[in-house]
Design a protein around this ligand. Sequence first.
Ligand SMILES: *Cc1c(COP(=O)(O)O)cnc(C)c1O
Length: 487
Amino acid sequence: MPQDALAILDQLRSWRAQDAPTHGGHVMSYVYDSGLADLDALAARAMALVQPVNGLDPTMFTSVAHMERDLITFARDLLGGDRTVVGTATSGGTESCLLAVKTARANHRGTDHPSILAPASVHAAFHKAAEYLGLALDLVPVGQDGQADPEAVIARMGPDTALVVLSAPSYPHGALDPIEQVAAAALARGIDCHVDACFGGWILPFWDGLPPWDLSVPGVTSLAADLHKYGYAPKGISVLLTKGAARQHGQYFATTDWPGYPVVNPTLLGSKSAAPLAAAWAITRHLGVSGYAALAESCKRSTAALAACIADIEGLTVVGSPAGPLLAVARDPGAGLGSGIDPHLWADRLAASGWHLQLQPGYRQPDGSWLPRTTHLTITPVTESVLPPLRAALVSCADEVRGVAGVDPQQVLAALGPAGAAGAEDDGVQRVLSAMGVTPGDGSLPKDMAPLLALVEALPREASGKLLIELLAGLVVPLDRDPGPKP
Ligand SMILES: *Cc1c(COP(=O)(O)O)cnc(C)c1O
């Protein structure tokens, strides 16, 4: 039965009302809120103007080329690129990462077994790129402060290395990788060096006291920066900038080897929306460099205020010295039994009071060293408007869980009984989920995240991957009835 438009929108509105709030600063990951309502309105109008356009063909829809060229020029100038730098608008950070790897693979003149070399803190999108594109991933352990050791990275460069990836900054801890030293060594060996500035690209240009990290650094051959993070655009837009048009040609796919239209794609998609590009183009025009600088000032004030707040909370500590508006918070290793705070129990308390921080599991590095579990806060301009209640919540939730032992991964496994042990096997995943109170297929989610993350720490990686796939796939198993309104 066709539905009335108003009823359809009412349904969507009621579903949206149950989402985590995208505005107002209560969700401290995933969403990057400028706090400026007129920016959102401008983006919506720009998107509506290009809604029917197919971004596949900028020769047919020339507005796409105009917007992209403008956006790439603005990004190049902000990110230290000279006139040899060219670029592409992509659908997001992951696509930029995949394409940077594809380009490097195409240009690699070494061996038959190209690999990506990176500190272990590199974004998971490079694990994905390695898997999709058939490269090995050589991960160099980072220190307890999240910092990569330049000598250790350089020592691993070899004939197989098609690309070195460095982060500006790393997503897990906000560490700015040693870009100058490593890029210089890569240059000397003829190895491409990519800077993943997906997180920092639109805000680090305004951060104080950082060593050089952008396209102006000798040896850096490409850089990606997400507009849908600190560019404040809606989701679906990033830029990948590359030194040298000849190098960038490796990023393209072109074929005339079929009976249809000649295909030439700079990115993964064929037909694609021009809407996120239009939104990002309009926002960069509207804000300009000075607008971005002003929003960055707000992020700096809030980051400093929250770092000071956490330093004052007994039992918690900020990991390393983050470059940019993010904080990874760990249990203070110096705290005694009664005064330490498990960052995941803290995050679950905060979630129950309406503040959503991001839980990051403890991580076993390739050399066997252990990076402790942390809770991640992404700070955006809107954060400043909620600083007093946020600080109060950070403190009071810490008081509630101080001295409480965190969820012990081995105990979670044991508590799940045979189901836990079965997690490592193919058919065990369903049983593990059921034991956690999740009925696969009915859309249910675990109430607290700490036990789930502890399980991720405890299970072998293959098994935890399967578990999470099962959980997410279960959310969209088709219904056995029509989803329309009940008669
Ligand atoms: C967000 C991010 C990515 C991946 O970007 P998506 O837009 O989520 O696909 C890659 N690297 C870093 C450092 C990031 O912060």
